[in-house]
Design a protein around this ligand. Structure first.
Ligand SMILES: [Zn+2]
Ligand SMILES: [Zn+2]
Length: 363
């Protein structure tokens, strides 16, 4: 997946000043804060905006980004998660460590002085679980009319014993010793530009500032257990090969009682032996005899609802298309059409008598 350009995300030019970057961030971050923006991809956008700001507002990171693009922050160069290495000359490897990206809500908090200035939920709690991506293959007809499927999703679920807290019954969480309850730790990194300090989410408590004293015996304190979810999902009529459907909260449970991520299901549609699909219309090729083409007749053509009779008018040319309204792919509350293209089969192995007759016809 190619990442969006940080300048583009903030809607600024490559030569933007620090003030311009700040003001662009202020506008964008407020507009897409998940407490305000209720669209499905708000959280993703918010994350992007904060990531872009985190890099572009830091002179060293910005310089690295201008030179190396997204490679500067992990990605292409493996082995240095959250950082990158650069070969300065023969035998001179310089390792950068930017400490990964901080929690977008932390950046926001540092900038605005509040986690959410909108009076919405505070986000100090545990992180939502990861999204899951699966593929499902369905027959052509099920894509045309929609279907329901029973699926089993292997995933982490919130621990039933401790309801996700990770604490043994009767025990209480205590202040995290790593971050002293702050939820973040500072890290000093050395680079050729000098030392700089980055703040990152505390690895011990995951940002909650608390750890459990006595761990839940079932989930060993993580608040979730490996399990699977059986559920019935509805695949809407009209889906096409390669479409991805999002099912809310069918992803992984977050640790320490964090909510569920989403499930993204990419649909593969098995091609039909007779029909080709274009959009919501389907196409079928119907062979007809030379005589049917010349004098007309009735043929049976297949549709998704079974065979129907199609009247061929006299003098029909090969390649003529007939439209069967409403015999295509269902979608929303309507249906596409079926197009039947006739193909005239030229007669073979004619007797001399038949040939004579045709020659007569030609005149
Ligand atoms: Zn548990
Ligand atoms: Zn901690």
């Amino acid at each position: 997946m190619t990442k969006k350009d940080y300048y583009e995300i903030l809607g600024i030019s490559k030569t933007a000043s620090d003030t311009e970057i700040k003001s662009a961030y202020r506008k964008k971050a407020r507009a897409h804060h998940p407490d305000v923006d209720k669209s499905a991809d708000a959280e993703k956008k918010f994350k992007e905006i904060n990531e872009a700001y985190q890099v572009l507002s830091d002179q060293q990171k910005r310089e690295a980004y201008d030179r190396f693009g997204h490679d500067a922050f992990g990605g292409a160069r493996r082995g240095t998660p959250g950082g990158f290495s650069y070969q300065y000359g023969p035998g001179v490897d310089v390792n950068f460590d930017f400490g990964g990206f901080a929690d977008p809500f932390e950046i926001f908090e540092q900038f605005f002085g509040a986690r959410s200035p909108f009076g919405g939920s505070a986000r100090r709690g545990p992180r939502t679980g990861a999204d899951l991506h699966y593929e499902i293959t369905i027959p052509f007809e099920q894509a045309a009319f929609g279907t329901e499927k029973n699926i089993e999703i292997p995933r982490h679920e919130t621990c039933s014993e401790c309801s996700g807290s990770g604490a043994e019954k009767g025990s209480k969480p205590v202040i995290c010793p790593t971050c002293q309850g702050k939820g973040r730790v500072q890290q000093t990194a050395q680079s050729i530009f000098g030392n700089f300090v980055t703040a990152r989410t505390c690895p011990t408590c995951g940002g909650s500032g608390e750890i459990v004293d006595k761990k839940c015996p079932l989930c060993k304190g993580s608040g979730r257990i490996r399990s699977h979810k059986e559920t019935t999902i509805r695949i809407p009529a009209g889906v096409d090969d390669g479409d991805t459907i999002r099912f809310q909260s069918l992803g992984e449970a977050g640790e320490k009682g964090g909510g569920y991520g989403d499930l993204y299901l990419t649909v593969r549609v098995v091609p039909h032996k007779d029909f080709k699909r274009r959009g919501y219309d389907i196409y079928y090729e119907q062979p007809i005899s030379f005589t049917q083409a010349a004098v007309g007749g009735v043929v049976e053509v297949p549709t998704l609802d079974g065979n129907v009779k199609l009247k061929i008018p006299e003098s029909t040319q090969t390649g003529t298309e007939f439209r069967l309204r409403g015999k295509g792919i269902k979608h929303d509350s309507s249906r596409g059409d079926e197009f039947v293209q006739v193909k005239v089969i030229t007669p073979k192995n004619l007797s001399s008598k038949q040939k004579e007759a045709l020659k007569e016809l030609e005149k």
